[in-house]
Write a protein that binds this ligand. Structure first.
Ligand code: AMP
Ligand code: MG
Length: 338
């Protein structure tokens, strides 16, 4: 069995023991489910306050705007052309999506939804004739076919539909971080389905340590890591084809990441990519874009960007073997560094 499990950063909370402090802030952990995925929020608060309630309420608002699962969300209504006016959440995600679409030459493109759906990763089962439908669907896919005009979404073709799944989790993590900051919390780590947003260092002065998971040979193998990274005030997101893909009768694998230039699911030896960016929303979007670009193009891209680092895991020629590439600014630490 090939590894079917998501290769995402597991959350190694290798918190070094805190030294004695004058006043020890309390560590609070909140876990739950949102957007069909698990979240974990860890922060230090002087008064040990639990912010579960405002966080839940933030997620409710966010869902009302951007949820793909809620048929009454603003996103769903805009996709059905029942609404054009956007709210702030929508506007922020949409603008950033369009910027990153331009920068990545359309590798990242939130208008892929009709393709995502046809390939069976949206609402519907995979169309038997997905490959034959691609050409006609491509007529209404393309980030330049949708824009914001004075607070309203405009479409060049009414069949244009948006998919924020590749960017929304990172943005939600950022928003939780902002919410905590508004409560006076500076030291936090927010993780939403493998996408992270880290605040300032922990009260003992150490950074947040995140283990980079190695691909497991068995679906139920324990999560293992070889390297870890230390992060503060930045976003980190992982995309990979291990969470969602299917194999057809011939054993061909279809990833849930779609190459908007061909309309077909991405198929190359890149297994997963983790991106470090100034915020979670950007990290999330670039990670998806890099899966589309493939190893060579994505490594070039990242090496030309001061604000981005990335960790790539890719398959090698030997069966079930893999290798990795870390961008030049990324410091990989091992158990010896602990
Ligand atoms: P992520 O796990 O962040 O890489 O997001 C993957 C999801 O983003 C997929 O399940 C699709 O809903 C959507 N998606 C697929 N291909 C693209 C693409 N090229 N650009 C933007 N979103 C995409
Ligand atoms: Mg993404």
């Amino acid at each position: 069995m090939l590894m079917k499990r998501l290769i995402f950063l597991f959350f190694a909370l290798l918190m070094a023991g805190c030294g004695p402090l004058d006043r020890e802030p309390e560590m609070i952990t909140i876990r739950g489910v949102v957007f069909g995925t698990y979240y974990t929020i860890i922060y230090y608060d002087d008064d040990g306050q639990n912010y579960q309630e405002p966080i839940d309420s933030l997620f409710r608002d966010f869902n009302r705007s951007l949820s793909f699962y809620d048929e009454n969300s603003l996103l769903s209504r805009i996709n059905r052309n029942e609404e054009t006016a956007v709210d702030d959440y929508f506007a922020v995600v949409f603008r950033r999506s369009q910027e990153i679409a331009e920068e990545t030459d359309g590798a990242f493109d939130v208008t892929v939804f009709p393709l995502v759906d046809t390939w069976g990763f949206g609402y519907s089962d995979r169309s038997e004739i997905a490959a034959e439908k691609v050409d006609s669907i491509l007529d209404f896919v393309g980030y330049e076919k949708v824009w914001l005009d004075d607070g309203h979404i405009r479409k060049a073709d009414e069949r244009v539909q948006l998919d924020f799944n590749a960017i929304a989790k990172g943005y939600a993590a950022d928003l939780v971080g902002k919410l905590l900051e508004s409560k006076g919390v500076t030291s936090y780590l927010v993780e939403l389905g493998g996408d992270l947003c880290a605040g300032a260092e922990k009260p003992d002065g150490t950074q947040w340590r995140i283990g980079l998971e190695v691909p497991a040979a068995e679906a139920d193998a324990p999560q293992e890591w070889e390297y870890y990274v230390e992060i503060t005030t930045q976003g980190l997101a992982t995309s990979g084809d291990y969470r969602r893909y299917y194999e057809d009768e011939d054993g061909l694998r279809y990833s849930h990441t779609i190459d908007p230039s061909t309309g077909f699911p991405v198929g190359h030896h890149l297994m997963s990519v983790s991106v470090f960016a100034p915020d979670g929303m950007s990290a999330d979007a670039y990670a998806t874009a890099f899966m589309v670009m493939g190893l060579d193009q994505a490594t070039d891209f990242v090496e030309n960007r001061e604000d981005l680092e990335a960790y790539f895991v890719f398959a090698t020629d030997e069966p079930e073997a893999f290798s990795y590439y870390a961008s030049s600014g990324l410091e990989l630490l091992t158990r010896d560094d602990l």
